[in-house]
Design a protein around this ligand. Structure first.
Ligand code: GDP
Length: 448
């Protein structure tokens, strides 16, 4: 049985920085891709005249992705490093795929940012309009606090130490501004395509090792802090999917976002007054006596009225149910939007698997993104890239179903339960912001 700690990692960066290549090559170097599959990928990509993409084939699953040579959706893979089991969420780099990336990043504990060291390429990714900045801000706003920056394609700049240092010096202040603590930010020079400095300091005669003495990428991955999964917290099991009842009950799937669930216990379905009994806890066909925070599982429920179960409902212990609300205060980061946000702006609120109509009912303050201090109270509008405190109110009826009435949403402050506190804000199909529920402090309540 493995004693390794597990965590999830979102891979971000500008398109073509080498994200898929790096992941494919890493899997290979770690012995997780067999030679047969590698040769098949090499042949397949050569046939299409894209042999430089052969490593990326490991991750870029669909035909369309292969033809376009890009990673569109989140591909899931597991990296088995000496001390960690890392679920990688490979995020796409193209602008229109940002919503996909968000769903990956909101499950991530750490981020790997890949940048292209080639002259002009790093700059293109880092400038306004490039994805390097936007991705970093996004993952930070979704609660990711550790980042490894892999400076890739050093073969394109003659392995120059000066170029590596230049990129590190450009990124450092931006990472701090985005809210990453310097001690939680690491840099590493690599050449993904050749496997240089991914798992080993090889090849030994590579010019990189004339000046680079530091850790390899895997050394850094291996030292990532796993999240503290709070199994002592109250049980929170948001339902992300419901499957038609077999003869034995109704199956719901989701992730334990706090506490533990024990087979046989009776749980409350929030919102509502109904309950359900956990007949079985199923993890990939294996039945478990209990499952703790961080596990993705299926629960087979019995003694339950099927209409009381909705996607987005949270299963809780009867004595400690999750708070419910029709309106709350959130700190958000506003994305690169064209139309400013004003009080009353209609939005779709995403919270876990819930997607509900809401509005930004009040603009409370504009915040300094680096330290959270209030820059301006009661702003009239919010424009792109601002950080702000706002009030979000639900509107209309929520959960669909026979009793289609307005129900409050189950949500907890970010400080109490990160996963249950994060939100996303969309308008007209475009993601306009991300953030979390942060109740106002007493002195602030008097001011607004
Ligand atoms: P992604 O869009 O970030 O996933 O980038 P890909 O992994 O698809 O790589 C984009 C291109 O960069 C492909 O042609 C790769 O072969 C190439 N590439 C990746 N890593 C390196 C590297 O270390 N050196 C060089 N010269 N090219 C690389």
């Amino acid at each position: 049985k493995s004693e390794k700690r597990s965590l999830s990692l979102v891979v971000v960066g500008h398109v073509d920085a080498g994200k898929s290549t790096m992941m494919g090559r890493l899997l290979y170097e770690l012995g997780q891709i067999d030679e047969k599959k590698r040769v098949a990928n090499e042949r397949g990509s050569a046939k299409m005249g894209k042999s430089s993409f052969s490593w990326a084939w490991e991750l870029d699953g669909t035909q369309e992705e292969r033809e376009r040579g890009i990673t569109m959706d989140i591909a899931l893979q597991t990296l088995n490093t000496p001390h960690r089991i890392i679920t990688i969420l490979d995020a796409p780099g193209h602008r229109d795929f940002i919503p996909n990336m968000i769903s990956g990043a909101s499950q991530a504990d750490s981020a790997l940012l890949v940048v292209d060291a080639a002259v002009g390429e790093f700059e293109a990714g880092f400038d306004r309009g490039g994805q390097t900045r936007e991705h970093l801000l996004l993952v930070r706003s979704l609660g990711v606090s550790q980042v490894i920056v892999a400076v890739n394609k050093l073969d394109q700049v003659e392995w120059a130490k000066s170029r590596y240092n230049e990129i590190v010096q450009l990124l450092k202040p931006f990472l701090v501004q985005s809210g990453f603590h310097p001690s939680r930010t690491k840099f590493v020079p690599v050449v993904a395509m050749e496997g240089v400095n991914l798992t080993r300091r090889e090849p030994a005669d590579c010019p990189l090792f004339k000046w680079y003495e530091g850790p390899t990428l895997v050394d850094l991955l291996d030292a990532l802090d796993p999240p503290t999964r709070d199994i002592n917290a109250p049980l929170r099991f948001p339902i992300s999917n419901i499957f038609k009842g077999t003869t034995s009950g109704i199956t719901v799937s989701g992730r334990v976002c706090g506490g533990i669930v024990v087979a046989g216990e009776r749980l409350r379905i929030v919102p509502g007054d109904e309950s359900a009994t956990v007949k079985l806890i199923d993890n990939d066909g294996e039945s478990l006596p209990w499952a703790g925070a961080g596990s993705n599982i299926n629960l087979i429920l019995t003694s339950v009225d099927p209409v009381s179960l909705n996607i987005g409902s949270v299963l809780c212990r009867p004595g400690s149910i999750i708070p419910l609300t029709f309106s709350f205060i959130a700190r958000i980061i506003v994305f690169d939007i064209q139309i400013p946000i004003t009080a009353g702006t209609s939005i779709e609120l995403f919270h876990h698997s819930l997607d509900v109509p809401a509005s930004i009912s009040r603009l409370i303050s504009v915040l300094d993104r680096s330290n959270g201090n209030v820059i301006k109270s009661k702003p009239r509008v919010l424009t792109k890239n601002m950080s702000a405190e706002v009030e979000i109110s639900l509107r209309g009826s929520l959960y669909s179903g026979p009793a289609s009435r307005a129900l409050p949403i189950p949500i907890e402050p970010f400080s109490v339960n990160k996963e249950m506190g994060r939100i996303l804000v969309r308008r007209g199909g475009e993601t306009i912001g991300a953030g979390a529920y942060h109740p106002l402090r007493a002195h602030q309540l008097r001011l607004i």
